[in-house]
Design a protein around this ligand. Structure first.
Ligand code: URA
Length: 239
């Protein structure tokens, strides 16, 4: 038996907190009865519906890797009507992105309708490496580079930098292109890290997530993850 909100989240329907809201709003039924108790527990044979739609029957899990273009939003819907990462994928499944990339950031993003998988990968304790290429509006000083490698503190928490290198330096234009690998997923973290040094990120792309890269995908292209990749990603969350 598992708590209802956890089960709703595991089907990728909503976060646990959102699921609790849905229960409070009496939108959730178990075996045809409206549930109002947040502590309600359910078993795999119980039929759960939200707004009258059954959510826990015949859900086939789907897993995608997408090379997100610029000017695409990392969410399921956008009130402003902008294109979302979900719009780029041809499926009927209720998929959503695992984590987010900024509107103007390009590169590797995973999508799924498997809530357990998404929650496992997004959990802050999971040290999954993410590698970014950033174009900066300044040439970094030696001190800047030392500070980055030592770890810059943002909101009282250090950003642990696993690897860092300057890939290209243009002294005439006063720009650097750098590659940085971090394990955390706070919003705008790469931009904020450089901002702390008085440097702006003018272009940002995520090129790797754990062992995955996007070398085989052009901007806007996607593919299904293989079973082997899904298993390997799950294994990363167990470390
Ligand atoms: N860090 C950022 O600043 N933006 C992203 O999109 C991802 C990481």
């Amino acid at each position: 038996m598992e708590r209802l909100q956890k089960v709703i989240a595991s089907f990728g329907y909503a976060s646990r907190r959102k699921a609790e809201d849905l229960i409070r709003k009496q939108k959730v039924m178990v075996n045809g009865e409206v549930v109002t108790e947040l502590g309600t527990k359910v078993s795999p044979s119980d039929v759960i519906s939200i707004d009258g739609v059954i959510i826990n029957k015949d859900v086939k899990h789907e897993y995608y890797i997408l090379n997100k273009p610029r000017s695409v939003i990392s969410s399921v819907n956008d009130e402003a009507g902008r294109i979302t990462v979900v719009d780029l994928i041809d499926t009927e499944a209720r998929i959503y992105p695992i984590g987010r990339l900024d509107y103007d950031t390009t590169g590797l993003i995973l999508l799924t309708n498997d809530g357990d998988f998404a929650n496992a990968l997004m959990h802050p304790s999971r040290q999954i490496e993410k590698t970014y290429i950033a174009k900066l509006d300044k040439v970094l000083t030696k001190e800047d580079i030392l500070a980055i490698k030592k770890g810059i503190t943002i909101d009282k928490r250090i950003v642990e930098v696993k690897r860092f290198k300057v890939k290209k330096r243009d002294l005439e234009k006063n720009t650097d292109i750098v590659e940085i690998t971090i394990v955390e997923g706070r919003n705008h973290i790469v931009k904020r890290l450089f901002k702390g040094l008085g440097v702006n990120v003018v272009k940002l792309s995520r090129i790797a997530y754990g062992f995955l890269d996007i070398k085989d995908l052009k901007s806007g292209e996607y593919r299904n993850l293989t079973i082997k990749e899904i298993k390997k990603l799950y294994a990363l969350t167990k470390k």
